[in-house]
Design a protein. Structure first.
Length: 518
């Protein structure tokens, strides 16, 4: 943990990564706490009731599941899919894979067969840990046939298994992220990734780990925001984590979880905050509220102070290198429009063509090699890995500038869409639309939306003589991919703007959307 005293400048200047030769995240998040086996690790509200899982319980679940995976032939370096929502077995599945030295692959429960097939085929996962609903989803995936384990259906006798010795650079987790071109890329992280998240998680919750802290997020644990901004750091710090994935986020449902779970620390995606604000719902009793994914304005920060009685701490990062900048009300005042200051351990820069730029100059937000939360590589994509770096700097793809030591987010360089807290690549949706028999061309963009930040809009050219409605295409994407990828609107066009080489010019469509608003 970070020192419990001292200002930001001292914390940042005095910080160094302490990465031992042997490092295994299953030890960090579970087994290292077995000297306190009755300490509550997870409050599981996922089934409508309440189950308190203690570190001793979580260790037994992890060991038993690891033994089952080993019996399926899982060995060091093998990939294990985890297709579960927030619950105790989801946590145990990742821990079990890491116990064996295997690589866990988080999979979103709302994914359709196409989205699952792409990730399963690319990762080469031979086993998936899931539940009864997930079995049905996997049965619809024709191109792959992994072994499927449902922990609740197994005879899980206690097994005497200890985590294998792994190092900080050994592969541990493969998290898929959407880009602007081609299929989703797998960001491969080593066992140091949990350590790499801890400083940012701690300061964004005003030194998380205080007596009585209990943390929750409505963000699914299939994404890095749920898994490494909340679940695993909470477990590693000895902070009880609440498991309560909401089928649909509502302010009332969030208040119910916070009340029943005794939650004091929350990571709310910006869309959740907007819904809370619209409902004029105050949530007193919280000690910290963090948010990330897009900048919050002065109005939202002022509302947060009134609704929660504290400052909302914004943080910044991405799947490839997360929790690299953050606000921290206990260390320095927030600045509206900025996303905080560099987190201890992460060296950030705003780059121009010739290197780092001074304050007031817009450039590429980048983080220097050496950050413990930085990916090892893109899975089987050496060219994409090389393109992600400029010398010693990892390029985030975002633009920003320094302002009195704060990092101001200006915008994205690419066409990735930020909608309701998800980063959505247009390519996957376009490919899905093109598989509809009526569609000849498709282009997907994000357009401004007051609630979601951006909403997904599809521009579609139909084949001659073919017919399809907006609802037809929305249902096609919902069935084949995922509900969060469904275009909120579909525009039918006679043609699309293209380059001379046949590439669709999305920026022209985005410019048209801006002109419509004006």
């Amino acid at each position: 943990m970070l020192p419990q005293s001292g200002g930001y400048d001292a914390l940042y200047a005095g910080f160094q990564w302490d990465l031992p030769r042997h490092l295994n995240m299953a030890r960090q998040a579970c087994f290292d706490w077995l000297d306190q086996p009755d300490r509550v690790a997870i409050i599981d509200l996922s089934g409508g009731g309440r189950t308190d899982l203690r570190y001793g319980d979580l260790a037994r679940m992890t060991r038993a599941l690891a033994a089952q995976l080993a019996g399926q032939g899982v060995r060091r370096g093998d990939r294990v899919g985890v297709l579960r929502s927030q619950d105790g077995w989801c946590a145990a599945a990742h821990l079990a894979a890491w116990t064996l030295g295997a690589v866990s692959v988080p999979l979103f429960k709302l994914f359709g067969p196409d989205a699952l097939a792409v990730r399963m085929a690319d990762s080469g996962a031979a086993v998936v840990v899931t539940d009864a609903e997930g079995v049905q989803k996997m049965a619809a995936v024709d191109s792959v046939a992994p072994a499927v384990l449902i922990p609740e259906a197994l005879d899980l006798a206690d097994a005497d298994l200890a985590p294998v010795d792994t190092g900080p650079e050994d592969p541990a987790i493969l998290i898929y992220t959407s880009g602007t071109t081609g299929a989703p890329k797998g960001a491969l992280h080593g066992h140091r990734v949990l350590t790499g998240h801890l400083p940012g998680v701690e300061i964004s919750h005003d030194r998380l780990g205080q007596p009585g802290d209990v943390i929750w997020t409505p963000a699914d644990w299939a994404w890095i925001g749920g898994l490494f901004d909340v679940l695993m750091p909470g477990l590693a710090l000895g902070v009880t984590v609440v498991a309560a994935r909401l089928p649909k986020f509502t302010p009332e449902a969030a208040r119910d979880v916070i009340t029943r779970g005794g939650v004091r620390n929350v990571f709310f995606p910006p869309t959740a905050l907007k819904l809370l604000k619209a409902a004029d719902l105050a949530l007193p009793g919280l000690r910290s509220v963090a948010s990330g994914g897009e900048p919050l304005g002065a109005e939202m920060l002022a509302w947060g102070r009134a609704a929660f009685g504290l400052d909302i701490n914004e943080f910044y990062g991405q799947t490839e290198c997360n929790m690299i900048a953050s606000s921290a009300g206990s260390l320095f005042p927030p600045r509206p429009g900025c996303i905080g200051k560099p987190v201890p351990g992460h060296d950030l820069a705003v780059l121009g063509p010739d290197g780092p730029l001074p304050e007031g100059h817009e450039g590429d937000i980048a983080v220097r090699r050496g950050s413990a939360s930085m990916l090892l590589e893109y899975w089987n994509r050496p060219e994409a890995t090389a393109e992600k770096f400029r010398g010693d700097w990892l390029l985030t793809g975002d633009r920003g500038q320094w302002e009195d030591g704060y990092l101001r987010f200006v915008g994205r360089e690419d066409d990735v869409i930020t909608s309701a807290g998800y980063r959505i690549g247009p390519s996957e949706i376009e490919d899905c639309l093109l598989r509809h028999p009526a569609v000849a061309l498709a282009a997907v963009i994000g357009v401004p939306d007051p609630e979601r930040t951006e909403r997904v809009r599809a521009h579609v050219v139909l084949r001659p003589g073919a017919q399809a409605t907006e609802a037809d295409l929305q249902a096609h994407v919902r069935t084949r991919l995922s509900a969060h990828l469904v275009p909120r609107e579909v525009r039918f066009e006679t043609d699309l703007p293209m380059t001379v080489t046949g590439k669709i010019i999305r920026k022209d469509l985005k410019r048209r959307a801006v002109e419509e608003r004006e």
